[in-house]
Ligand binder design. Structure first.
Ligand code: ATP
Ligand code: MG
Length: 301
């Protein structure tokens, strides 16, 4: 009988969050041995047989690596952590999602560029460095803009600038301005957008997020409701996930000025607690299945 898969599950904080605990339990229920740790505790080490020191693997390689989340950090820290993931992949370890997909998703400007290059409908977006260039764009657009941090999450730091004078200070944006037209009706008081969860090239589930605030993240107080995604929603979510090369993802869709669907952004480490509260699909179980089935197709070292 084949030995159990030895999996490393990368989390943000020691012990992992609600999502990580459900994932670990689901993988263990399917016979895998799971080591839950953070990338901050890993090391590159020329003395290690694999060149990598992953806690719990004695310098050897795991059979697979599932990335639940990566903790925030400075440029060196993020480069080091993504470097570990790149090295695992280069060593033949299946990394779910791999570093390239994460890099493409976390950086909103790259994701938007890839959506547009693939012909996917996405909001008109301009990303510039420095207040002067942002000011020039805001003046040229002469309409309310939404400004986001390049590495956004959960609606944090997303703000509206009704006039160029309301643009945030460059320090608040890491000197980089990701700008889009404000897509909501000026007199709107109720707002919604959609989150579609994709795994292994299929839709697992979807929700509509409703709020009195125009930033409709569940983390910002929006109410999730079950939603049967239309054919167009499914097509866009699957295409967006493929464009960034992600194994699983949370895709955000929003209605454009004429009601057309637009791909807003994609999350390579999506939270799904809100979605799980409105769907019967056991998301952690399905993610564990998809990941372990994929590992079975990788020849064992
Ligand atoms: N151009 C826009 N016009 C109007 N509302 C917008 C626009 N862009 C974003 N929003 C609203 O703000 C929310 C957060 O924006 P977005 O999803 O881009 O950022 P985020 O912080 O990365 O979120 P996530 O947690 O999904 O990664 C969206 O769900 C949507 O409700
Ligand atoms: Mg979002």
């Amino acid at each position: 009988m084949a030995a159990a898969f030895r999996i490393v599950l990368f989390v943000e904080e020691e012990g992992g969050d609600w999502h990580a605990r459900r994932l670990a339990k689901a993988m263990e229920a399917r016979g895998a041995e799971v080591v839950v740790t953070t990338l901050t505790r890993c090391a590159f080490d020329t003395a290690a047989p694999s060149g990598l020191d992953i806690p719990g693997f004695d310098g050897r390689l795991p059979d697979g690596a599932f990335v639940r989340s990566i903790s925030a950090g400075g440029l060196e820290q993020i480069t080091f952590r993504l470097g570990i993931l790149h090295a695992l992949r280069a060593s033949g370890v299946r990394v779910w999602n791999d570093a390239r997909a994460i890099e493409r998703c976390v950086d909103k400007s790259t994701a938007t560029f890839l959506f547009r290059r693939a012909g996917l409908p996405t909001p008109a977006t301009r990303v510039v460095e420095g207040a002067a260039a942002a000011q020039a764009h805001a003046e040229a657009m002469a309409q309310a803009l939404v400004v986001k941090p390049l590495f956004g999450s959960q609606g944090n730091g997303v703000m509206k600038a009704a006039t160029p004078s309301e643009l945030p200070l460059p320090e608040a944006m890491g000197q980089v301005y990701y700008m889009q037209p404000y897509l909501r009706a000026a007199d709107a008081t109720e707002f919604e957008d959609w989150r579609v969860f994709v795994s292994c090239g299929r839709i697992l589930s979807a929700m509509v997020r409703k709020s009195n605030s125009w930033v409709t993240n569940v983390h910002q107080g929006a109410a999730p409701q079950a939603h049967l995604p239309s054919y167009e929603m499914q097509r866009l979510a699957l295409a967006a996930t493929q464009v960034v090369g992600a194994d699983y993802a949370g895709v955000d869709l929003i209605a454009g000025p004429d009601g057309e669907l637009l791909v807003l952004e994609i999350n390579s480490n999506p939270a799904w607690k809100g979605l799980q509260s409105v769907t019967d699909v056991e998301i952690a179980d399905t993610l564990a299945d998809d990941f372990l089935i994929a590992l079975r197709s990788v020849p064992r070292r």
